[in-house]
Design a protein around this ligand. Structure first.
Ligand SMILES: [Zn+2]
Ligand SMILES: [Zn+2]
Length: 314
């Protein structure tokens, strides 16, 4: 393992909250966003060689169930998650199922390899709705929300508006990912501002990345009639919503999105990077040797930047 990025899931585990206690049986190595080098392959593994550089999936599919057999491995009925159910990547070496490996070019920096997985989360979500010629609202500009802004632009959005409670993150979304308009919901009325920018209609496409109940409510209210909304931020509680006004009367199309398609999303991410449409390196804003993991987690949990990358073995 040459680089491993800290995910929201890892922050839950680090803080040992209910989410973590319900799922993790210690001792367990956590971490799942990675890039590394193959140093050994199992006797029945095909298509991978010692020396290959890889990033990879974190959803371990059973490859047998209806979902796996119909192109939906990432929502496999019996799915396991790397670094949650099986030992993860915050270590110098890891044994991963070959089915998770995605070869990366040798010239790709390790930290960029480590964030292909979260870039993929954004890509999977944005591709669901499509953004060509659309007024797009991204609610929540954490690392994945920021990438969603960039991908929405890459797919030809008319205008991308994004929100976050951190002005620093809004600045990153504008400067590094091309957001046209940034709104801080603690300072402005997001719904009113979005309507003002869209002829009173609301956004055509909404990408909900915040997972906060207030953010989700704003996301629906700021969506126009006949609009589409993609939800992938995970609320930690049930969310109250006026279905009559916000979905039924609007004839809204609501998508749930999780993880990445295997492997269509990865091909899409690589295509966007290789064509220069997005710069995945911009997702990484902080880097720490593994020996300073506590500081790294503090920075990640503060929620003012992009991805924090750890270097195992350093
Ligand atoms: Zn993750
Ligand atoms: Zn399955």
């Amino acid at each position: 393992m040459h680089a491993a990025a800290i995910c929201g899931t890892d922050i839950h585990i680090f803080h040992w909250n209910k989410y973590a206690q319900d799922r993790i049986k210690p001792p367990m190595i956590f971490g799942h966003e990675f890039a590394g080098e193959v140093i050994e392959v199992g006797s029945q593994v095909e298509g991978l060689e010692v020396g290959d550089h890889i990033a990879g999936e974190t959803h371990i599919p059973c490859e047998q169930c209806l979902l796996c057999r119909t192109g939906k491995q990432h929502i496999c009925r019996d799915m396991l998650i790397l670094g949650v159910h099986t030992p993860g990547v915050f270590s110098e070496y890891a044994a991963i199922p070959a089915v998770l490996a995605w070869k990366i070019p040798k010239e790709m920096p390790w930290d960029v390899g480590a964030v292909l997985e979260p870039v993929g989360v954004a890509c999977h979500a944005v591709f669901m709705a499509g953004t060509a010629a659309q007024n797009v609202l991204v609610t929540g500009s954490g690392p994945i929300g920021m990438a969603a802004v960039g991908i929405a632009q890459a797919l030809g959005a008319r205008r991308v508006i994004c929100t976050d409670v951190s002005d620093q993150r809004l600045e990153l979304a504008r400067k590094d990912w091309g957001a046209d308009v940034t709104l801080n919901p603690t300072k402005v009325d997001v719904v009113a501002e979005v309507r003002k920018l869209t002829d009173g209609l609301g956004a055509d496409v909404v990408i909900e990345a915040s997972g906060s109940p207030a953010g989700i409510k704003q996301a629906f209210e700021a969506m126009r009639r006949g609009g589409k909304i993609v939800l992938f931020g995970l609320p930690s509680q049930e969310v109250c919503l006026d279905l009559t006004e916000q979905i039924i009367y609007k004839e809204a199309v609501v998508y749930g999105s999780t993880g990445r398609g295997m492997w269509d999303t990865w091909y899409n991410v690589m295509a966007l990077i290789e064509a220069g449409k997005i710069d995945a390196a911009k997702m990484v804003t902080d880097r720490f040797p593994m020996s300073q993991f506590e500081e790294a987690f503090k920075v990640a949990a503060a929620g003012n930047g992009g991805k924090v990358v750890l270097y195992p073995g350093q």
